[in-house]
Design a protein around this ligand. Structure first.
Ligand code: HEC
Length: 489
């Protein structure tokens, strides 16, 4: 802060100046504006610096659209789906606002990747910026949490089953996993308590934390100052500084307009669709997460047995720790990317692995004829639901009706199938993975007695594939068999 303008003499000035003086004496607004807009940027404005403010802009857009959605939303398994259906099919511009919100979350993930990529490429986490980087890491985790918790809220088939898989994974965390899972779900099964917990996380807790950490992120950024281009000294900048206003403000605004323009265009041309209401008894549904979680989903498919602990929990945790510790590990002040092959290379490697796993996941779905048929059926069901006019549901919504009509034994068996990690080898709903074949035919292949015997004493082919004998109490055993027998009837 330099050259603070002397206050205007009071009395002989016009109304605007007097109002400004009045406000400034009470709030210090002039120096705040001066601090905000005249932030020096070594080397001047650049398009490469627009991603951070782009994220802030998208976050504000999520808050505004989110407030509109919350005006209608009811966090209960009996109503959630029908209110979202009401928003999409009846409320004017409801589908548009919901689409901006839903695509906005994808937009945030993309701009986050760009923001992190720019920071790593420019080495702008260096030079006393450890806390800036750490607060950014927390923001990244909070944003991923927002994406995860928001995805469940429409309570359609894909939301329900993707979250079932996600919360199953949480259950795999050593020691505290099962407790965490019950805490998230509000019990062993997913239902109204799960929705209300996710709703509270998505609407109160995580946004509150986000606002706090965004404030600290901006504070740390201002404290350290803009790092400038790659050949700049990150602690004692040498290049002449140019104020943030007007050139950088202009570039940031253009980027914000481009972002909202793209979102509006996509929301208008391909409105976000809603599938049929979640039916927990539907055992044939193939759960698939949103695109940004697809690579992780694919990665987990390769893991089974004790590898799922190492590859699914320990390795990601270690990678996350190394990522968060980057500014502590990489202490040199060198910022040119070609002189920093390890950090830049590691990030590029991550991008390649992330993209490859994502592509493999989509390819896998549509190259296997059995899976592809089911995926196409799910897409078709979703389209058909979107075309149907809105029907008001009675208080006993379709979900509870479906639950009541489903065989409780089968539902219990389904829970046991997840709880015993059968899905880690045999896939969700027993569709099969590379580790073990599908279980969809066992209903016709074996009698009840044969199936029970096989589970008690697996044959050599099963044991050689790593399958352990299943030995719960007789009731559970019967439920598990009942579930297996009706897979893909
Ligand atoms: C470590 C991996 C693994 C786990 C975990 C696992 N299985 Fe298996 N399972 C196999 C392998 C390997 C086979 C052998 C043949 C194949 O590929 O289907 C098999 C075969 C079977 C079969 C016979 C299928 C047939 O067509 O003959 C049944 C039934 C079965 N498993 C049920 C279960 C149940 C129930 C669970 C959970 C309690 C479970 N499995 C957990 C690996 C596993």
């Amino acid at each position: 802060m330099t050259n603070r303008p002397a206050p205007e003499p009071v009395g002989d000035s016009n109304f605007v100046t007097r109002l400004d003086n009045w406000l400034d004496e009470r709030t210090g607004i002039d120096s705040i504006l001066h601090e905000t807009l005249d932030e020096p940027i070594p080397g001047g404005a650049r398009w490469a610096y627009v991603f951070g403010s782009g994220l802030l802009f998208l976050f504000v857009s999520q808050i505004i659209t989110g407030v509109f959605l919350t005006l209608y939303y009811v966090p209960s398994s009996d109503h959630a789906h029908s209110v979202v259906s009401y928003i999409v099919k009846v409320v004017s511009s409801g589908s548009f606002i919901r689409s901006i919100h839903a695509y906005g979350s994808s937009g945030i993930i993309i701009v986050l990747l760009l923001h992190i990529g720019q920071t790593i490429l420019y080495g702008s986490y260096k030079g006393r910026r450890e806390l800036l980087w750490l607060s950014g890491c927390i923001l990244l985790a909070l944003m991923l949490g927002m994406a995860f918790t928001g995805y469940l809220l429409p309570w359609d088939e894909k939301a329900y089953f993707a979250t079932a898989v996600g919360t199953n994974l949480v259950g795999e965390v050593p020691f505290i996993g099962p407790i965490l899972q019950r805490l998230l779900r509000g019990g062993n099964q997913m239902g109204t308590l799960t929705i209300s917990r996710f709703f509270v996380l998505h609407v109160f807790l995580l946004p509150g934390l986000l606002i706090g950490f965004i404030a600290s992120h901006v504070f740390f950024f201002r404290k350290a100052g803009a790092a400038g281009p790659i050949n700049e000294d990150p602690i004692h900048p040498k290049l002449p500084a140019v104020p943030f206003y007007p050139r950088q403000v202009f570039m940031d605004s253009v980027f914000a307009i481009v972002l909202i323009g793209i979102l509006a265009l996509i929301a208008k041309t391909i409105p976000m669709s809603l599938g049929p209401a979640a039916n927990p008894a539907d055992t044939s549904f193939l759960p698939r997460p949103e695109w940004y979680y697809r690579p992780a989903f694919q990665w987990l498919k390769y893991l089974s047995g004790h590898w799922s602990l190492i590859g699914g929990i320990i390795m990601p945790a270690v990678l996350a720790l190394i990522f968060a510790a980057a500014p502590f590990l990489d202490r040199r002040q060198e910022r040119r990317p070609w002189r920093r092959p390890i950090s830049v290379g590691a990030f590029l490697l991550f991008l390649v692995a992330y993209t490859t796993l994502g592509v493999l996941s989509y390819r896998g779905d549509y190259s296997d004829p059995g899976l592809a048929a089911q995926m196409h059926k799910q897409d078709a069901d979703e389209k058909a639901f979107m075309q149907k006019p809105f029907v008001a549901e009675s208080a006993a919504g379709s979900v509870s009706a479906a639950l009541a009509s489903a065989d409780p034994k089968v539902l219990k068996g389904q829970a046991l199938f997840q709880a015993n990690s059968c899905n880690s080898c045999h896939g969700e709903s027993g569709v099969g993975t590379a580790a073990a074949g599908p279980l969809t035919g066992v209903g016709t292949q074996y009698t009840d007695a044969q199936l029970l015997a096989l589970l008690h004493a697996p044959n050599s082919k099963m044991t050689s594939g790593g399958m352990m004998p299943v030995d719960p109490n007789p009731d559970d055993m019967e439920a598990l068999a009942a579930y297996l027998k009706q897979l893909h009837q």
